[in-house]
Structures are given as C-alpha cells and as structure tokens.
Design a protein around this ligand. Structure first.
Ligand SMILES: *Cc1c(COP(=O)(O)O)cnc(C)c1O
Length: 475
C-alpha cells in the first residue's frame, strides 16, 4: 500500500472550508512558519479511500476475537458512543463557568459515586489520562500524605516481580525507590519475602488482584496488613477489575488508593493509543491531596474546588471527559445486577477456555483462574522450536488477535489469554479449535509456524530495528 504522500500530485486538492467571513489578520514575520508545510495534495475521494484501506488492515474488537490478556478488549456498546457524541458534551468549552456546565460536572460526580461504591473508595478523580498516569497520580498522593506527616524517610515502594512494567516505572517517576519481591509457586505474593522487605523506609506496596497471572491472591488481607503495620500505604492497580467488579472491593481488601482503567473495564475502545482515563480513587484521609480541580456539591450546585493539600493538576481541564461519559453510560446500563454478572461471565469464559485447552497446552499455574489465564510454551519451544511468538503469528492467519505474549516476565514463553465476558461460546469454541490446530501443526510440521503470518499485509517485522530506529515521519 502506498503512503498518502506517495499518492500526492501537485495541484490536486480539495477545499472544503467555507470562505472566510471574519476580517483577515496578518501575522508578524516571527509568527510565520519558515518553510511551506508539506501536506499531501490529494482529492477528497482518494483521501477517503486511503483511510478506508488502512482501516481494513487493522484488527479491532469489531473484526474478531481479541483475547489480549490484561487489556480487557471487550466489545464496547455503540450506545455509549452515541452518548459521548451528544452536543451537550462535545460542545462545551473547558473554560466555561461551572454554573453553565452543571450537566457535565454531574456526569463526573455521578460516576465518582458509582465507582466509589464498586471499589470501596471515598473519593475519586477522573483527571488522569491512562492507567499508568493514574499510577503516577496515586503515588503522588501517597508521597504527599507521607510528607505532610513528616515521614520523609519512607522512600521505598514494594512491587512484586509479576507486576505490570508501568508499576515500577510510575513509582520511579514519582521519586520512589523500587523493592522487587519474588512471587511464590502459585504466582502470588510470598508473605515471607514481603515481611522481610518491609521496614521504616517502606512507603507502600503496589499490587493488582487478581494478579497478572489471573489468580486471586487469597492472602490479600494479610498482605495489606503487613504493609499497614509497617507504616506504609497500599496501592491497587485496578487494570484487572473486570474480574471482580460488584463482587469484591479493593477498599475492603485494605487498599488505600487505586486506579481504574476506564478504557478497559468500563468500555472505551482502546489499543490504538487512546484516549483513555485512569480514574484514581482513595480513602477519606487521602482526599485532601487529590488533584486540582475536584468536583464537590455545594448549596448552589456542583463546583470545582482545589483540595486543601492538592498534589496539583495532572492533566488539563476535566481529563478525557468523553471517556468518563462512556463509563457512566456503561455503568448505568448494566446496573447493580449487570456489573457483577459481567465479571462472573468474564471469569466463566476464561475458565471455559482454560479447561478446553489444558490437555493440549501447558498452563503456567494450576487451578481455577479469574478473568485470564497464562500458558507456558516452554516445552513446545524446547521440543519443536516453536515459540509463543510463532503461535501468535499463526493465530493472525486464522483471524484471531494474538494473546499477550512474553508477559508476565516470570513465565517463560508466556501466552496470556483474556477472552472477556462479551464473547459467545461459539467464538470461544472456534478459538479453542484454532489453538488445537496450531498445536497439531507444531507437532507435525513445525517449520510452517516459522513462516507465519502468510495472510497479513506484512510478515515478520524486524521488531528490534523498529524499536531502536523508528521512522515515524515521511521525509
Ligand atoms: C494496562 C495495564 C496498566 C497500564 O494501563 P494503561 O492504561 O495502559 O496506561 C497497568 N497495569 C496493568 C496490570 C495493566 O494491565
């Protein structure tokens, strides 16, 4: 496929802008660009076809099964998009006085109330733009709280080795040192290792539960009390909330601050880079530190206020507000019964696939999983030279988006499958059949797998070169 710049021809164009109906004001020389800008010159119909062709090359949730573990690639109901398109939401200006945007503020406040109930928190900000951004924000809350108490020697954040890479990265960005602790054979927190790691320098712990291997850590109350007794705070990475929403609450597990990936659990299409929202919730004692502004109810309606000891602003204006609208539409549609039902079905679907596959592929951990499970292809790799990557590539030839590969790092040749609740039994059965067919191919003719994918626009990419030497601009 040609780049749009390669399709460009001098003098072809489309002018869709109306004539200027305001006085033209000229810029000073210093404000003008130095060179003419390079834009492709192309007719409107060809622009449309160009992008349509690109769209056809993308695999989205609406194209087929997308079991990308940890990412919760569920179907996002179109009605939520319709809600987010309402002119009352899209037409506001972020600098409008609060009394003229009461409806929008009530969307934020109402979602805060609902999500606090679902998670067991007392307050929540919708400002952060993604999960990682929420982690950073939550850690700044912990830091500000400890500093306000004069506990400046608490500089260490404990992170299990199964954690998502953003956890240590966010803690480091927030100025903490990282203490890594190993997981036990069940993929859960090793209590002895945790006890040995805490001390007077412990600021807190970051944890996701169910964890990144899809297992609910039954010792969670012990874990959070070990941290609290040592004087630290507990941070909950809510990326896996899809497994437990409406069933068990992070606040009741002992967590003080959490983030939710609204784009994962609460229905916003993602995967292409946004927009998302990493809502951050906290217990009462951390509310004074929440980002500026925070929506509160007053006698004259909803208002934006600066919390007393705020960490400041983490994103301009209201954050990615339309993601908040979609999340509220989703929560209201499902309601009190639908929310836990969605989680139960996510867990059921994952276990159905796990049981169908467990006699063919090696599971990294025994027993019942939550919303996702991790397979290890170490033996297949050793015996047949077929890697997790090879299997992922052959899935592409079968119209299935690969599961998450090589994560978590504690599992070798990992494939992490998260079917989500929105897939039918037929889809799961088909995926199981494809997985089994790939396994049979690996046994009989492993060479074929090294040549996959054969049906995609490009085959095997030089990923190292793409990462080290990305060419992102047309010269
Ligand atoms: C997705 C994810 C994150 C990061 O969230 P983003 O919205 O991608 O920044 C953090 N932790 C876990 C376990 C995740 O799956």
């Amino acid at each position: 496929m040609k780049l749009i710049f390669e399709k460009s021809r001098e003098g072809i164009g489309c002018s869709i802008l109306p004539d200027c109906d305001v006085p033209v004001c000229s810029l000073s020389d210093g404000q003008k660009r130095q060179e003419a800008w390079k834009l492709p010159q192309i007719a409107e119909v060809d622009i449309s076809r160009h992008y349509k062709e690109l769209v056809k090359r993308v695999h989205g949730v609406n194209d087929g099964f997308y079991p990308l573990g940890s990412c919760t690639m569920k179907y996002n109901p179109q009605v939520n998009e319709e809600m987010a398109k309402l002119p009352g939401f899209t037409g506001i200006h972020p600098l409008q006085p609060a009394d003229t945007v009461q409806g929008c503020l009530s969307v934020i406040k109402e979602l805060e109330t609902d999500l606090c109930e679902i998670t067991g928190m007392d307050g929540m900000t919708m400002q952060p733009a993604a999960g990682a951004h929420g982690e950073f924000t939550g850690l700044l809350l912990i830091k500000a709280y400890l500093q306000a108490k004069g506990e400046t020697k608490r500089t260490k954040i404990i992170v299990p080795d199964s954690a998502h890479g953003t956890n240590p990265a966010s803690a480091s960005m927030a100025g903490f040192d990282i203490v890594n602790i190993p997981s036990n054979e069940e993929g859960c927190v090793d209590l002895e290792a945790l006890r040995a790691a805490v001390g007077e320098d412990t600021a807190g712990l970051m944890l996701t539960n169910p964890n990144t291997v899809g297992i609910f850590d039954k010792n969670i109350l012990d874990i959070t009390s070990i941290i609290h007794e040592a004087g630290g705070l507990c941070y909950y990475d809510g990326a896996n909330l899809n497994a437990i929403m409406g069933i068990v609450r992070p606040g009741d597990m002992g967590f003080d601050v959490i983030h939710l990936n609204l784009h994962k659990t609460f229905s916003t299409p993602h995967g292409g880079g946004g927009p998302g929202a990493g809502a951050v919730g906290c217990k009462e004692f951390l509310k004074p530190f929440l980002p500026d502004d925070y929506v509160v109810e007053t006698e004259s309606g909803l208002a934006m206020v600066t919390p007393e000891q705020t960490i400041g602003r983490v994103k301009e204006f209201y954050g990615n507000f339309l993601v908040v609208v979609k999340a509220l539409a989703y929560v209201k549609t499902l309601g009190k019964e639908g929310i836990p039902e969605a989680s139960s079905n996510a867990v059921l679907n994952a276990n159905y696939m796990r049981v169908c596959l467990k006699d063919t592929y090696d599971m990294a951990y025994e027993g019942i999983c939550m919303h996702e499970f991790v397979m290890t292809l170490e033996k297949l790799h050793h015996d047949k030279d077929v890697s997790a990557l090879d299997v992922a590539k052959m899935l592409l030839d079968n119209g299935i988006h690969p599961p998450t590969m090589y994560f978590p790092l504690i599992v070798h040749e990992a494939l992490m499958v998260e079917p989500t609740e929105t897939e039918s039994k037929e889809t799961l059965d088909h995926a199981v059949e494809v997985f089994k067919k790939i396994y049979a191919t690996a046994m009989e003719n492993p060479e074929i797998l090294h040549q996959c994918p054969m049906t995609t626009p490009v085959g095997r990419l030089d990923e190292v070169r793409a990462a080290r030497n990305p060419v992102l601009k047309y010269e």
